[in-house]
Structures are given as structure tokens and as C-alpha cells.
Ligand binder design. Structure first.
Ligand SMILES: [Zn+2]
Length: 208
């Protein structure tokens, strides 16, 4: 079978575009997630009312702590908010928030860059939320999901409770200090007013 020049050209074009399609497809495959990875990814998305969160809240409730859940008025909508102790508590998934040294934080072997970038972004966001909360006078307590495991639970609760109480004490101290400063200023203003009134009275009596 003989080809003329025009046929040859179109065949070449066809082969080249075929290569381009294959190349683009392969690139597409490596850029996007496989079905299993996507499923894993979705299962790791942080949602409120996860099992560890509920367990932790329940344990706090039994110990007499009262709290608010996912208050949207605060940065990061803390999982547990204890206004009396000025403490915001977050329960972090070990994978999603990159718990260093934890066996639950194992980056999948494929698409390493993608996962690492994703976890790094989450960590950055977490730090930003902590900064914002601290700027508003809130103390932040982090509980990792692996710490809510049966074996670790009591130890974790002891740690969490002691942090909450010490945050509460710090907060009360700050409140007391602010109250003292306010009272001092009021006393100063009162004294100033009294001095001024006394002065005016004296001036008046001289005129008379
Ligand atoms: Zn962990």
C-alpha cells in the first residue's frame, strides 16, 4: 500500500496527537486521586461530633465542666469551649492535622507531595486559629485522637483537666488584676473631683 505525501503528514499528525492524549491522560492520572485515596481523604475530613469528641465531652461533663460546642463566633469554631475557664479545646485527627511521631500519621506512599502539602496547610491554619484565639484571651488545649484511645484515656483526661483548671486560674487572676486597676482608677478620679470641688468652694468663700 502506497501513501502520498499528504497522507503521510496526516498519519504523523495522528500519531503525535495520540501521544499527546496518552501523555495528558497519564499526567491527569497522577495529578488526581485514585478512588481509594479519595475515599480515604473524605473519611478523614474533619467534621463535628466525631466519636472521640463525644467521648471527651462526656467525660468532661461527668467531671462537672460545662461547655459550648462549635461556637461559630470564635475563630476555628472550637470543638469544646469552656467560657468559665477561658479555654478552647480542639480534638485533632492525627492524620489530618499531622500528629508528628504518631503511628496514625502515615502519609500514603503515592502522591506524597499532595498529602504533605495538604497536611502542611491544615497545620498552618491550626496555628493561625490558635494565634487568633490567644489574641482574644483564650487558652488553647489540643487533644489528639490517639490520646482518646482506651489505654490513654485516663491519662489524657488528667492532663486536659489540669490544663483547663490552670487556664481558669490564670484567667481569674487576669480578671482580678483588671478589676483592681479599674478600682484604682475610679478612686483616683474621685479624689481628683473632690480636690477640684474643695478648690472651687474655697474660691467662692474668698469672693464672699
Ligand atoms: Zn496521634
Amino acid at each position: 500500500m502506497a501513501f502520498n505525501a499528504a497522507d503521510k503528514e496526516s498519519i504523523e499528525e495522528c500519531i503525535i496527537s495520540g501521544f499527546i492524549i496518552i501523555f495528558a491522560y497519564r499526567k491527569h492520572m497522577t495529578d488526581t486521586l485514585t478512588h481509594i485515596q479519595r475515599h480515604y481523604c473524605m473519611s478523614q475530613v474533619r467534621s463535628s461530633n466525631t466519636k472521640p469528641e463525644i467521648e471527651l465531652r462526656h467525660a468532661l461533663w461527668l467531671r462537672g465542666f460545662r461547655y459550648r460546642i462549635n461556637d461559630p463566633r470564635l475563630p476555628g469554631k472550637p470543638d469544646v469551649l469552656l467560657p468559665k475557664y477561658r479555654t478552647a479545646l480542639f480534638v485533632h485527627g492525627c492524620f489530618w492535622h499531622g500528629h508528628l511521631g504518631c503511628k496514625r500519621y502515615t502519609v500514603p506512599k503515592t502522591n506524597l507531595d499532595y498529602w504533605e502539602a495538604k497536611v502542611a496547610r491544615n497545620k498552618q491554619r491550626d496555628e493561625e486559629v490558635w494565634r487568633q484565639l490567644e489574641a482574644k484571651g483564650w487558652s488553647v488545649v489540643i487533644v489528639w485522637e490517639c490520646e482518646i484511645d482506651k489505654k490513654e484515656f485516663h491519662k489524657t483526661m488528667d492532663r486536659v483537666v489540669s490544663e483547663i483548671i490552670s487556664n481558669g486560674n490564670m484567667y481569674q487572676k487576669r480578671v482580678q488584676e483588671r478589676k483592681m486597676i479599674r478600682e484604682q482608677r475610679q478612686a483616683e478620679r474621685r479624689a481628683q473631683k473632690e480636690r477640684y470641688e474643695a478648690f472651687q468652694k474655697e474660691q467662692w468663700s474668698r469672693k464672699v
